[in-house]
Design a protein around this ligand. Structure first.
Ligand SMILES: Nc1ncnc2c1ncn2[C@@H]1O[C@H](COP(=O)(O)OP(=O)(O)O)[C@@H](O)[C@H]1O
Ligand SMILES: N[C@@H](CC(=O)OP(=O)(O)O)C(=O)O
Length: 438
């Protein structure tokens, strides 16, 4: 008998109507859908706020000694509606009381953020008649804050022997000191992948509000084509580059075990969705599988004549980034210059220090920082050995009157990245989509 791990995102668990749809999906294949991972309630409509965002807001208010109880009440009201709409007689007030007391005591950001998934999983377990198993007893982090594989997989495997069916909250686990720690945003996908590997499932289903992975962001391109089959590698590139439907690290645990992932639509469960496989012989429909992107990057331009004659130049430059906690995105070079592309968030408040440190250690002729860059990424296994892909890409941008500020191509020929001004972001994605997939 195959076992399926099903993760439901916040878009699928935002209110009681959604919960009832999720119940129908699980009940339609209860024998297999035995381990369910739940996110916190997402937005019920475009004006609504995600519970996780409200919980982070509560933390920020508390940190500045501003009253946060109204914000927490707003969160609790969401759960009261869900329980009432599902006709459950569960005692939520005792949990709310405990959370308030713990938060008063701990003042921990990760603790309060994690309660969104904790409460949703308790309610979903009640609705399904499954056991509730707390993620803090399954997912562990080591003394450096890294995911502790050995300890976690041992605990998950034991859990699967003890519980025939369970609901587990996504997004968090426990540190070696016993504190709650969350993954980065969207990390419920990662919990689902870890549970899938830990229970040795045959399929990891990831339920959301779109019918699979789309070839472009539906908020930018009208009705983008659905991707029926995609490889792990393509998906990882697309997720990392901006296609937010699946956390980019979610592939890693399942890839080790070769477990397929299926992206499905909670509001249209009969639709095929997207199957994510270790590899596939299926020919892609186009040279590119998808196009995506991210805004808010800066380029640190460094000029130094005969840069390569100083063998330690690159090492010193990287050390400056390392001590300032900056993750480098890309590094295009020419003979006498180097450009460091980094997300804006890493430069906030440290630009002057950074410039001064680079001057001290690397002695450049000139250094400037340009912001307002967006990176557009096209990904496709069909690109390899295919003549004319770049030409088509650049022509589509030229036709849309977009200036390309930089070009980066991975050696695996799986992706091409172009840097364009942020004002051209949406226009670029649309024109590339139309050229390849429209
Ligand atoms: N390429 C893409 N394919 C599908 N959805 C995408 C893509 N790029 C962005 N999205 C957005 O991702 C959303 C789903 O991700 P997310 O909000 O994290 O869902 P969940 O809360 O279910 O985990 C969709 O509603 C869609 O707007
Ligand atoms: N609730 C968390 C974790 C998560 O994975 O959520 P979702 O499944 O809605 O993307 C967040 O908003 O980041």
């Amino acid at each position: 008998m195959k076992v399926i791990v099903s993760k439901f995102g916040g878009t699928s668990l935002a209110n009681s109507n959604h919960f009832l749809k999720v119940r129908d999906i699980i009940k339609s294949n209860e024998e297999q859908r035995r381990y369910v991972v739940a996110s916190a309630p997402g937005k019920s409509n475009s004006e609504d706020t995600k519970v996780t965002d409200l919980l982070y807001l509560s933390y920020d208010l508390a940190k500045h000694n501003i009253t946060y109880s109204d914000t927490l009440e707003k969160v609790f009201d969401k759960y009261r509606e869900i329980a009432k709409g599902c006709k459950l007689t569960i005692d939520l007030e005792k949990h709310f009381k405990q959370i308030k007391a713990d938060f008063e005591d701990l003042k921990s950001k990760d603790y309060i953020a994690s309660r969104g998934e904790y409460l949703n999983a308790i309610i979903l377990a009640e609705l399904l008649g499954y056991d509730f198993v707390d993620a803090k007893d399954l997912i562990f982090f080591d003394e450096n804050g890294n995911f502790d594989e050995e300890r976690s997989y041992k605990a998950i495997s034991k859990m699967a022997k003890e519980h025939k069916a369970a609901v587990i909250p996504g997004f968090y686990g426990q540190t070696n000191k016993g504190d709650i720690k969350t993954f980065s945003r969207g990390g419920g996908d990662l919990t689902g992948a870890i549970i899938a590997r830990g229970v040795k499932t045959d399929l990891y289903e990831n339920w959301t509000d779109v019918s699979g992975f789309l070839s472009a962001d539906p908020r930018i391109v009208d009705n983008p084509k659905e991707i029926k089959v995609i490889t792990y590698k393509e998906l990882r590139e697309l997720s990392y580059a901006g296609a937010s439907v699946l956390h980019e690290e979610a592939i890693i645990p399942v890839a080790v075990a070769g477990i397929p992932i299926e992206i499905k639509n909670t509001f249209n469960p009969d639709e095929q969705g997207t199957l994510i496989l270790p590899d596939t012989d299926e020919a892609p429909n186009s040279e590119i599988t998808g196009v995506t992107g991210k805004k808010h990057f800066s380029v640190i331009n460094i000029e130094k004549v005969q840069m390569n004659s100083d063998k330690s130049f690159h090492r010193k430059l990287m050390s400056v980034l390392e001590v300032n906690g900056i993750t480098l995105e890309h590094m295009p070079t020419s003979i006498d210059s180097i450009s460091l592309i980094v997300a804006d968030k890493y430069l906030t408040g440290i630009q002057e220090t950074l410039i001064s440190e680079i001057k001290t250690f690397c002695n450049p002729d000139k250094i400037t920082i340009d912001s307002g860059i967006s990176l557009i990424t096209v990904v496709g296994r069909g690109m390899k050995n295919h003549v004319g892909v770049s030409a088509k890409l650049f022509k589509s941008l030229a036709d849309a009157n977009v200036n390309i500020q930089m070009i980066i191509q991975g050696s695996s020929e799986l992706n091409i990245i172009v840097g364009v001004d942020e004002k051209d972001y949406e226009k670029s994605i649309k024109s590339i989509y139309d050229a390849f997939l429209g």
